[in-house]
Design a protein around this ligand. Structure first.
Ligand code: ATP
Ligand code: MG
Length: 464
């Protein structure tokens, strides 16, 4: 009875072995298709093994292989030190200062080779909330398994023998579609609060259920994420948004109580009633592109997520007497400033966002040289895709998007005709004004400028 209790506290299934012992599964038992294993990963493990070291494919790649999904990248774990690894490969680079890992390159393909880490979490230096600050000792393989996050991420695959080593009942959890943390959830989330975001991401992406003992402390511990360096939270958020299941991830974040007051960005995204359609469309598009293997730009994604906040501030500045274009820039500044503190938006991403936003009023000018100039804009495609999202969400009339689609596809004379059409027709394609507002309440510019929620239902009136 007590043993069972301890086992369940440690997050292990009934059949779990003693700590430090792994279940060894052969090909029949694990069913991994060797065709899905990268030949470069096999090259790396073989080279290390031929030199007398242990070497395995580890982590997310093994999880994906067990789910019969082609892994997007392969990580290798070994008992060789970084120096020893480096010597075995022609193009290998030691990176990282605290905990060194080795990047092994074959052409464009990059493999990360990590030396087994020791289970030093108890003695590792921590901040006042219990977050581990440094955890950089080498150790044994079973210790390496223990310090990984989830049971399904702590398996090792040896391509030479086609065996899987499973220390924490990961295979059983994969089959039961359960996401379970290794050890005590409260302790592991305290050590590294980002694991809570990872739990949400994996559960949503894989369509797994979070084990109750793993999910129980999440809502209570959510605020610990505030102490994590912004750049790390941002990286994790980006992974979440680019997982191909961004919508599902955000819904799961909300379900786990992780969204509120956690990141200003998420508050905006999940709690703005008027921008919801736009954000849902944007994320749905992004998910679709990722599933089709098309590139997605983080700048476009964040520009979409924050657009309705920009819109609201844009209108507030205009109501306060600012001209439309400077008003848009001021609005962009406000929104970017508020987010960069917390999100550590990289400069490149922030400048892409600004470009996309700043292009929007230019799409409204469809006379003279303006449209031709816009065609030369290096980020035209992103700006145009963004314009289409605005049309699809009902923020502006779809005729504007249709006009630009036609203009971009037309030849020289076709474009001239389109330009005159614009002037002659009073119909849909030429109406650049905002969609009619439904019962918009009048408020003073000051109160609008203060308000962070309710974005306007329509775009501000733009010059043509
Ligand atoms: P993805 O498919 O998104 O890359 P992944 O599982 O490979 O998923 P990575 O962030 O690439 O995730 O990490 C590789 C492995 O390192 C994980 O599978 C896990 O074993 C371990 N790991 C990563 N982050 C943590 C963490 N915060 N705490 C403990 N272990 C971690
Ligand atoms: Mg990975």
């Amino acid at each position: 009875m007590i043993k069972r209790l301890i086992r369940s506290l440690l997050g292990k299934s009934k059949k779990a072995l003693k700590p430090g012992q792994a279940q060894v599964l052969d090909r029949k038992q694990h069913g991994i298709d060797p065709q899905l294993v990268s030949s470069n990963a096999v090259r790396v493990t073989k080279t290390l093994q031929d030199a007398g070291f242990k070497a395995f494919i580890v982590g997310g790649a093994v999880r994906d292989l067990l789910l019969h999904v082609k892994p997007k990248d392969f990580d290798i774990a070994t008992n060789a030190t970084p120096e020893q690894v480096k010597k075995l490969f022609r193009r290998a680079f030691i990176i990282g200062r605290r905990f060194q890992i080795v990047h092994v390159m074959f052409g464009q393909d990059l493999l990360e080779v990590t030396t087994f880490r020791g289970s030093s979490a108890d003695s590792a230096p921590k901040d006042e909330h219990g977050r581990v600050l440094r955890d950089n000792t080498f150790g044994e393989q079973h210790e390496d398994a223990q310090r990984r996050d989830f049971t399904i991420n702590a398996m090792y695959y040896d391509p030479a023998t086609e065996t899987v080593l499973d220390y924490y009942g990961g295979i059983a959890d994969i089959r039961a579609k359960t996401l379970r943390i290794i050890g005590l959830a409260e302790v592991r989330f305290r050590e590294d609060p980002v694991r809570m975001l990872r739990a949400v991401r994996f559960a949503a992406r894989l369509n797994f259920t979070i084990d109750p003992a793993t999910s129980a402390p999440i809502a209570l511990m959510a605020s610990l994420i505030d102490n994590v360096p912004a750049a790390r939270v941002f990286d994790e958020m980006l992974k979440l948004l680019m997982s191909g299941q961004a919508l599902a991830c955000l819904q799961q974040l909300r379900k786990e109580g992780l969204h509120h007051g956690l990141l200003p960005l998420l508050d905006v995204v999940l709690e703005q009633p008027l921008g919801e359609k736009f954000v849902t469309l944007a994320l749905g598009n992004t998910d679709e592109r990722i599933r089709q293997g098309k590139p997605v730009s983080p700048g476009f994604l964040f520009a979409s997520l924050l657009w309705h906040q920009v819109l609201e501030k844009w209108q507030a500045y205009q109501a306060a007497g600012e001209y439309p274009i400077p008003a848009l820039h001021l609005a962009a500044d406000d929104v970017l400033d508020a987010q960069t503190d917390k999100l550590a938006l990289q400069r490149k991403i922030a400048s892409d966002m600004r470009d996309i936003w700043a292009m929007q009023p230019r799409f409204e000018r469809r006379t003279g040289k303006s449209p031709y100039k816009l065609l030369e804009h290096p980020r035209l495609r992103a700006g145009y895709d963004f314009l289409l999202l605005r049309c699809a969400s009902g923020e502006i009339q779809s005729g504007i998007g249709e006009w630009w689609t036609a203009f971009m596809e037309a030849d020289g004379s076709g474009r001239e005709i389109l330009l005159t059409q614009k002037i002659n027709t009073a119909g849909s394609a030429s109406n650049t004004g905002p969609a009619p507002a439904k019962k918009r309440k009048r408020r003073s510019p000051a109160s609008r400028a203060r308000s962070d929620s309710a974005a306007p239902a329509t775009a501000p009136v733009l010059p043509d």
